[in-house]
Write a new protein. Structure first.
Length: 91
């Protein structure tokens, strides 16, 4: 967490640990229609943990073109994960 402001997000890291992968999978357990593949993750410690996942997103239909997106997930102190925001990245 070098260069992280107090209360701020860490830098994005392409090494996504098992805990972050589990939180991502838990949050997307019942989500259908778009496939999100995490590429990198940043974290923020709060009363729980905020994740910002940089993802490739693909609508689930033949020939769909992928686009970048940031998926925000909150993991509570009791370990439950929920999507708080999904934002398409314009480029």
């Amino acid at each position: 967490m070098k260069n992280q402001l107090p209360g701020g997000f860490s830098q994005f890291n392409c090494k996504i640990d098992e805990e972050a992968k589990a939180s991502f999978a838990d949050a997307f357990e019942h989500i259908v229609g778009v496939d999100y593949q995490p590429i990198a993750v940043a974290t923020q410690v709060v009363a729980g943990l905020n994740y910002a996942f940089f993802c490739n997103a693909t609508v689930v239909y033949p020939g769909a073109v992928s686009y970048p997106a940031i998926v925000h997930i909150f993991r509570s102190l009791d370990g439950k994960s929920a999507i708080t925001n999904i934002q398409r990245v314009a480029y």
